[in-house]
Design a binder for this molecule. Structure first.
Ligand code: 3UK
Length: 547
């Protein structure tokens, strides 16, 4: 494998070529030169295009960075990485911060220097960080001071991580003196004020490792190259979102989650728009930030839209015009609730860490209830049976995708379960209709088999969610000698609702009246909250422990 990296760790740990998915790179916008650095394309070219004084990033406290400001910070950090921290191209750099301007600057600095960015979820503990350091052989780290402790703990037991610098999220330039505290990035940055000449990486050189959110088991690291980053900017945003240069982006997903990296950094920058980075972005903070920053484009998960819909009427008075939902299936009820409250359809889209970003979606005008959408131009998708044969429209099977991006796990045997015959198998059960719309059914491992019937957990959840007493719910199959599995629902009642036996009966009857009666939950338990990953995904497997 050709690489321009000095440290060839990534190239050496790519899966064998015969285990790769097929890459489709013929469509317009997907042809790239052999030498490509995506930081040059997204940041330095933005300046060349005359966007230097446009606002790139806003953050609380009145912080405003133009494209030139972001470049200035990234260039200084790149110099620190190379000159003070001894980085050579191909080294892995762990990034750890809540979403803030300095995290964005560090991301670009790593890419400019030809490093490989390993962004980590802010909530991870020392043990989980240690596993990432081991897996990716991380030698350098840039970390927000507010999250220093767990990383220092991990570094103490992982000598491969040699070089650490700590920063303040808002990017205080100059004059930071370190006395006894952790080594400050800003102290080093103050010494470098010349432009940084980006490393001329190969288009196929790995530039980021994204760890999967790990609803179960050992986390996997997916490898993405400079070309992949540019490819996702030229697919879903170009064909579905179609942002404008005066758009203002906001959202909840961390930049360590590729949903957030694309939606809150790469996509706005690819059109010269601006992004608002919030360290805390739960629904109340989003609702406050939308009018405060003149947000036009929102990225968050279905649960967030359910809570935000209470603010829908107030949000109609703001500049908000596009709302993207991903990370989890969007129930038809949530789509309807949002439309009623806010007046504009949600843009649903399924993406995956393995494919970097969204590959099936529909814009506001083409949305259909219950459907994720149609395949994004540049990608191909089909529904397959267990033998990998395409099934006719209307049949439930496994979702298979290919396009300009695809799964390459870093040194992991699970490569051959995700990629078969050139197709990426996402682990989702889907149905495609005659018009090419894809309807999510379940994760393939969330299909319940009860008394011989196949039941998809999300279908029962959607039916329950339509009842006004239900705030959130999750449905699992609990092993049972007689029925194989018993459909069991965990319900978080709406505030003020009495969770009693009468409500159990009411909810069961309600489900029986809206979907096939054999799908009703024989057991209903009430809960205060549901277990979720840091990316907002329901962890149904954890509910088994509560039985
Ligand atoms: C599920 C969805 C139905 C699905 C992601 C947008 O979620 C992202 O990546 P992950 O690796 O998880 C992938 C899995 O999540 N999923 C995501 N979106 C939807 N299911 N409808 C949806 N709209 O099971 C998929 O296989 O964490 C999402 C962009 C980038 C991403 N990484």
């Amino acid at each position: 494998m050709h690489t321009a990296h000095i440290d060839t760790f990534a190239a050496d740990h790519l899966p064998p070529a015969d285990q790769w998915p097929e890459f489709l790179l013929d469509a317009p916008g997907l042809q790239f030169p052999a030498q490509l650095n995506c930081a040059t394309e997204l940041l330095d070219s933005a300046i060349d295009r005359g966007w230097c004084d446009r606002v790139c990033i806003r953050a609380p406290g009145g912080l405003v960075w133009t494209y030139r400001d972001l470049q200035a910070h990234a260039d200084r950090i790149a110099h620190v990485l190379v000159k003070d921290m001894g980085l050579v191209s191909g080294n892995r750099v762990l990034l750890r911060a809540p979403n803030n301007p300095m995290l964005a600057a560090c991301w670009f600095a790593v890419i400019k220097a030809g490093g490989i960015a390993v962004a980590t979820m802010p909530l991870l503990r020392a043990k989980e960080l240690g596993a990432i350091i081991d897996k990716a052989q991380v030698s350098h780290a840039l970390c927000d001071l507010s999250l220093a402790q767990e990383l220092q703990q991990a570094a103490a037991t992982h000598p491969v991580l040699q070089q650490l610098r700590f920063f303040h999220g808002q990017g205080v330039l100059g004059g930071v003196v370190t006395v006894g505290g952790p080594a400050r990035l800003e102290t080093d940055m103050a010494r470098h004020n010349t432009p940084f000449a980006n490393v001329p990486t190969a288009a196929t050189d790995t530039c980021l490792l994204a760890f999967t959110s790990g609803t179960t088991g050992v986390p996997k690291a997916t490898m993405h190259c400079h070309r992949d980053v540019m490819a996702v900017c030229n697919c879903w945003p170009t064909h579905v979102l179609r942002p404008k240069s005066d758009d203002v982006f906001l959202g909840s997903p961390p930049l360590a989650f590729t949903f957030g990296l694309g939606g809150l950094l790469l996509f706005p920058m690819s059109v010269g728009a601006s992004t608002v980075l919030l360290e805390k972005a739960s629904p109340p903070q989003l609702a406050e930030a939308i009018p405060a920053y003149g947000v036009t484009t929102l990225f968050t998960a279905p649960t967030s839209y359910r809570v935000l819909s209470a603010q829908g009427p107030a949000l109609r008075q703001t500049a908000l015009r596009q709302c993207v939902s991903a990370g989890e299936a969007l129930p038809a009820a949530t789509r309807a609730q949002w439309k009623l409250a806010f007046g504009i359809e949600l843009i649903d889209g399924i993406g995956a860490t393995e494919l970097l970003h969204i590959f099936i979606s529909a814009d506001e005008a083409h949305a259909r209830p219950g459907a994720t959408g149609t395949v994004v131009p540049g990608y191909q998708a089909q529904v397959q049976d267990d033998q990998g044969r395409e099934v006719p429209p209307g049949t439930v099977g496994r979702l298979a995708v290919k396009g300009p991006t695809g799964c390459r796990y870093l040194g992991d045997e699970r490569q051959t379960s995700y990629v078969k015959n050139g197709w990426n198998l996402t682990g989702d059960a889907y149905l495609m209709d005659a018009d090419g719309y894809f309807f999510y059914q379940a994760r393939t491992d969330d299909m319940i088999v009860s008394a011989g019937y196949n039941v998809a957990s999300p279908e029962v959840e959607e039916a329950l969610m339509l009842h006004p007493a239900v705030a959130e719910c999750a449905v699992i199959g609990v092993p049972d000698a007689e029925r194989g599995q018993v459909i069991t629902a965990f319900v978080v009642p709406q505030a003020g609702v009495e969770a009693d036996e009468a409500l159990v009966k009411t909810l069961q009857d309600f489900v029986k009246s809206s979907i096939a009666p054999y799908k009703y939950p024989r057991v209903i338990r009430f809960a205060d909250t549901l277990p979720r990953t840091q990316t907002g995904k329901l962890q149904r497997f954890r509910l088994h422990d509560l039985i």
